[in-house]
Design a protein around this ligand. Structure first.
Ligand SMILES: NC(=O)c1ccc[n+]([C@@H]2O[C@H](COP(=O)([O-])OP(=O)(O)OC[C@H]3O[C@@H](n4cnc5c(N)ncnc54)[C@H](O)[C@@H]3O)[C@@H](O)[C@H]2O)c1
Length: 447
């Protein structure tokens, strides 16, 4: 089958490359020429486990190519995926300018019937807008070409994206067209272990499903962070509470880990966008607004713990940071809690030395060059190097390599043996027994 994917970011590149695995011909389209050049040279612009092998085998098999020419790329395509960004606008709504720009190009250049697929996360009603934009462009050139617009939201997780795409829990397709339904079944069947994993529904239902999924996960995280805050006040260890409730099969363990807030390119923007959609439709999103508020304050939690320990005087303090990416397994730092923490520390006069296994380059683009030049912010290549003369260590991203570090060696390197654990990775009793001070999230800090 011939597939065109417009937008070659995290979602578009994974989607395009994984479709070649089953023998489909795929062209990945982007407006970023530099990114396309890197891809053509076999370089993967993002860190995503297993993606390099899938991309290179697609290229070697002659099934995967990259182009900035949408007209040429979609002329034979049976499937045209829209996988461009939908960043938050100033009012929190999803900014649809990139999606609609692609719809316009499709309308300008479509030659034959194709299924146009919204894979970007877009608000309810967007497929209608995409349909209207394509139709109006076709009308302008007096072209009578049939097409369908379907919603096919993406549920992949960065850090496990290839596996999620190749073995999805479910594939959601919103369409009212029988023809599009058959085409989508043909395309996705090889990826599904059972046919009930391919879920057809109305277009608007599919659009809403994506937001509801992300909002539910964000809600679980914020709920647990709120419980952790209360545990701090009540002299309770939230980790015992987490185990106690997670063992209830109605609740389960996933997404109830307290921490320093959720980040990434999806949860924060999707919760905001759903709040906006609700407000626009005259419905008060009480719970969702609170989820967002809790998360925003949670991202300041580590700084407030650190500042409290140093009695508000962070001038000249050297703070070591482990982990910059918004979660392990990716170099993505969009909305990462590390950004809020590092900005606050440096503004308070501290010097920060950070290590992340893969996000160093992303971080160099995220923070002011001047900080790096002046040494207010240092980024090192080895995890123990951050600890030299450090007055405290902060664990922000729970990469596996931070799980069982050499605490004795760490104590030797640090000025003061104290860990602020933003992911509750360590055992406070054990750390106390080896003379570390410990501050977690919701766990009897320093007691
Ligand atoms: N990243 C994730 O984990 C994830 C998961 C599920 C869904 N999503 C959703 O998928 C969508 C894409 O997210 P992403 O993280 O892949 O974004 P991204 O920013 O990594 O990639 C978007 C790409 O689209 C390109 N682009 C923009 N306008 C274009 C145009 N007119 N023509 C061609 N290319 C164009 C950009 O240059 C960029 O390379 C968003 O709606 C996001 O919410 C993301």
């Amino acid at each position: 089958m011939k597939v065109a994917v417009v937008g070659t970011g995290y979602v578009g590149l994974v989607t395009g490359a994984c479709f070649t695995e089953m023998g489909n011909h795929v062209v990945c389209i982007d407006i970023d020429e530099a990114k396309l050049d890197r891809l053509r040279a076999g370089e993967i612009p993002i860190f995503e486990p297993g993606l390099d092998a899938v991309v290179s085998s697609g290229i070697e098999a002659g099934l995967l190519r990259f182009s900035s020419d949408i007209a040429e790329s979609i002329k034979d395509a049976e499937y045209i995926f829209i996988a461009v960004g939908t960043p938050p606008g100033e009012d929190g709504s999803a900014d649809l300018q990139y999606v609609l720009a692609v719809a316009k190009s499709i309308g300008e250049h479509l030659k034959n019937y194709a299924v146009v697929i919204d894979k970007s996360t877009v608000p309810v009603g967007t497929a209608d807008k995409v349909h209207a934009e394509i139709s109006s462009q076709l009308a302008l050139r007096d072209a009578d070409i049939d097409f369908d617009v379907v919603s096919n939201p993406e549920f992949l997780k960065e850090g496990a994206a290839v596996n999620d795409f190749m073995r999805p829990d479910r594939v959601v397709v919103g369409t009212n067209s029988e023809k599009a339904r058959q085409k989508m079944t043909e395309l996705y069947s090889p990826y599904l272990r059972s046919s009930d994993r391919l879920m057809f529904m109305g277009v608007r239902d599919a659009e809403m499903t994506k937001y509801a999924a992300n909002a539910m996960l964000a809600t679980k995280i914020s709920f647990m962070n709120e419980v952790a805050g209360l545990c701090d006040e009540l002299d309770v260890d939230v980790e015992n509470v987490r185990r106690g409730i997670g063992s209830d099969s109605r609740i389960g363990y996933s997404f109830i880990y307290p921490g320093c807030g959720y980040g990434g390119s999806c949860f924060p923007k999707d919760v905001k966008a759903l709040v906006h959609t609700a407000e626009q439709s005259g419905f008060e999103p009480t719970l969702l607004a609170a989820v967002e508020k809790r998360n925003n304050s949670q991202k300041h939690k580590l700084f407030s713990n650190i500042s409290g320990y140093f009695k508000g005087d962070l001038k000249g303090k050297r703070i070591a940071v482990w982990g910059l990416a918004f979660k392990p397994g990716t170099d993505d730092m969009r909305e990462a809690p590390s950004i809020v923490l590092i900005n606050a520390l440096i503004e308070a006069g501290a010097q920060v030395c950070a290590f992340d296994p893969v996000a160093k380059e992303t971080a160099a683009r995220e923070f002011p060059e001047q900080w790096l030049a002046d040494g207010q912010l240092q980024m090192v290549d080895f995890q123990y190097d951050v600890l030299k003369q450090a007055d405290a260590l902060v664990l922000v991203t729970e990469w596996k390599r931070f799980r069982q570090p050499d605490f004795e060696a760490m104590k030797e390197l640090m000025n003061d043996a104290i860990i602020f654990d933003g992911r509750n990775q360590y055992d406070p009793d054990y750390l106390k027994s080896i003379e570390f001070k410990y501050s977690g999230i919701g766990r009897n800090n320093f007691k």
